[in-house]
Design a protein around this ligand. Structure first.
Ligand code: NAD
Length: 249
C-alpha cells in the first residue's frame, strides 16, 4: 500500500475506522470521510501515516465532490476507495414503512455509494490508470427479512452497483468488489438491535452463526484490505461474505 492514497467513507467508527487503520498500517495515505466530522478527525489523528479527515454526507452530491477535491488537493491522486458509510433501517413491516424512511435509507446506503463510484470513476477516467474499489454490502444483500425492507433493499441494490461498476471498470483496470459482513457489534448493530426489540429474524438467525460468535470490525477490514491490495489482482466483481458462515444457515 506504500504510495497509495485511499478514501474510506463511514470511517469515524466501526468497520470503516478499522479499514482506515489497516490501510494506514500498510503504508497508505488515508482520507477519513464521515458525516461525523469530529469522529473522523479523531480517527485520522490516531493513524500512523498521512491522513486527512473530511466531514461529509455521502448522500449529498456536493459533499462527495468536496471530499474528492479535498483528497486531490492534499495528496494529488486517489487509488483506492472503500465505500462503506451506511445506516440501518427502521424495523417496521411493509405496510407501515414510511416513504421518507425508505428514501432516507436509500439515500445513504444506495445513492451514497453510487455518488462515490461516479466520482471515483470520473477521477480514474481522467487519470487513465487503474485503481480498486470495495463496497460494503451486507448479509442483508443476500437474504430477506419481514421487517427490514428499506435496509435489505438498499443492500441488494449495492450488488447492482457492484456488477455495473465492475463491468465498466474492468477494461480500464479498475477492480470493484464488495464485502458482505455478517453481524458485527458496532454502532449500527447496536442501533439495529435496540430498534428491533429483539424480533428481527435476520438478527435472530445471527445467533446461529456456524462460528458461534459475531465478527469484529478488523476481521471485515482485513478482507477489505486484501481486496484493495495487489494480492487480489484477479478478483473482480465478487461479493465476499465475511460472516462466520451465516450465509449458509
Ligand atoms: P457504524 O455505525 O459503526 O459505522 C457507520 C459509519 O457511517 C458511522 O461512523 C456513521 O457516522 C457513518 N455515516 C452514516 N451515515 C453517513 C452519511 N450519510 N455520510 C457519511 N457517513 C455516514 O456501523 P458499521 O457496522 O461499521 O457500518 C459500516 C457498514 O457496514 C455499513 O454500510 C453497514 O450497512 C455495513 N454492515 C454492517 C454490519 C454489522 O453488523 N455491523 C453488517 C453488515 C453490513
Amino acid at each position: 500500500m506504500k504510495g497509495k492514497v485511499a478514501v474510506v467513507t463511514g470511517a469515524a467508527s466501526g468497520i470503516g475506522a478499522a479499514t482506515a487503520r489497516r490501510l494506514s498500517d500498510a503504508g497508505a495515505s488515508v482520507v477519513v470521510v464521515d458525516v461525523d466530522g469530529e469522529g473522523a478527525q479523531k480517527v485520522a489523528a490516531e493513524l500512523p501515516g498521512p491522513a486527512l479527515a473530511v466531514g461529509a454526507d455521502v448522500s449529498h452530491e456536493e459533499d462527495v465532490e468536496r471530499y474528492i477535491q479535498a483528497a486531490l488537493e492534499k495528496f494529488g491522486r486517489i487509488d483506492l476507495h472503500h465505500l462503506n458509510a451506511g445506516i440501518t433501517g427502521p424495523f417496521v413491516e411493509l405496510p407501515d414503512l414510511g416513504v421518507d424512511e425508505f428514501d432516507h435509507v436509500m439515500g445513504v446506503n444506495l445513492r451514497g455509494p453510487f455518488l462515490g463510484l461516479r466520482a471515483a470513476f470520473r477521477h480514474y477516467r481522467e487519470r487513465g490508470t487503474g485503481g480498486a474499489i470495495v463496497l460494503t454490502a451486507s448479509i442483508a444483500s443476500l437474504r430477506g427479512s419481514h421487517d427490514l425492507l428499506a435496509y435489505q433493499t438498499s443492500k441488494h441494490g449495492v450488488l447492482g452497483l457492484l456488477r455495473g461498476a465492475a463491468m465498466y471498470g474492468g477494461p480500464m483496470g479498475v477492480r470493484v468488489n464488495a464485502v458482505a459482513p455478517g453481524l458485527v457489534p458496532t454502532g449500527l448493530f447496536t442501533a439495529a438491535k435496540d430498534a428491533s426489540g429483539g424480533g428481527n429474524d435476520m438478527l435472530q438467525r445471527g445467533t446461529t452463526v456456524p462460528l458461534r460468535r459475531t465478527g469484529t470490525p478488523d476481521e471485515i477490514a482485513a478482507v477489505v484490505a486484501f481486496l484493495l491490495s495487489d494480492d487480489a489482482a484477479y478478483v473482480h466483481g465478487e461479493v465476499v461474505s465475511v460472516d462466520g458462515g451465516s450465509a449458509i444457515v
